[in-house]
Write a protein that binds this ligand. Structure first.
Ligand SMILES: [Zn+2]
Length: 250
């Protein structure tokens, strides 16, 4: 989610960069530095919590870690082609890939960088779906899975989370709502169409999208309260940005 324009850092998240702590986990993945903030594990635990099943909670946390990392790697791998990648940070609000764009970073490339995150997530979901379907059809794996009820459970839970999470998170991320990935795309496209008013139109599209998603959820999926909360927050942010940009109320 945040990126750097011009010579400032562009980030794929709205929360900026997080300072170092003594509990950070740091490693490199194909040459890209990854920093896992301790608060990330809080987020992962919150979404995977299963009372009296610490083992399944751990399975869920690992799946969330892998999913967010793969999503951010999607951004970072393309960013590396057209700029200098600083790092990927996983934190309380998800993740962010930060980089300094080089001179060849065109709006079209910016769009590709934004789309790469959800695209990597969809590929991961596809692989998980294939594994869930195919692995139990291979005799030695099947024998192993049925040898202990827990193994079968871990297998089904992990593949199901990877499929569900990456599809839902990918679709949500593609909404034209800055600073989501789809919001970056919408902003780039609007600016390409109108250099003068593109930004204003991107904010307007974002506010309408947030409203429509909230209405849809209220009518068809009322238990997704968290999505409503997110859309309220993002809609409000875009409303503020629009007012700031135009100097008046819409
Ligand atoms: Zn993203």
């Amino acid at each position: 989610m945040p990126k750097i324009m011009g010579n400032e850092i562009e980030e794929s998240s709205m929360f900026g960069r997080f300072g170092p702590t003594p509990f950070d986990i740091r490693f490199q993945l194909i040459g890209i530095p990854v920093i896992v903030h301790p608060a990330f594990w809080l987020l992962a635990a919150m979404f995977s919590w299963r009372e009296q099943r610490l083992d399944l909670t751990m399975v869920g946390m690992i799946c969330i870690f892998v999913s967010i990392l793969v999503h951010e790697m999607g951004h970072a791998i393309l960013q590396r082609k057209w700029g200098e990648v600083l790092d990927i940070q996983l934190h309380l609000f998800g993740g962010a890939a930060s980089f300094i764009p080089g001179p060849g970073y065109t709006p079209l490339r910016s769009i590709l960088v934004s789309l790469a995150g959800p695209a990597f997530g969809f590929i991961l979901a596809g692989i998980a779906l294939l594994v869930q379907w195919g692995a139990p059809r291979i005799d030695p794996i099947y024998e192993f899975l049925i040898s202990d009820q827990r193994y079968e459970q871990y297998f089904m839970v992990s593949t199901s989370i990877l499929i569900f999470l990456n599809i839902v998170w990918g679709i949500f991320n593609l909404l034209p709502l800055p600073p989501l990935d789809g919001g970056h795309v919408s902003m780039d496209v609007c600016k390409l169409i109108s250099r003068r008013n593109g930004e204003i139109w991107a904010y307007r599209i974002a506010i309408v999208t947030a409203g429509l998603v909230i209405l849809y959820i209220a009518k068809f999926a009322p238990h997704y309260r968290l999505v409503v909360l997110w859309c309220l927050l993002l809609g409000y942010q875009n409303w503020q940005a629009l007012n700031q940009r135009t100097g008046k109320n819409w």
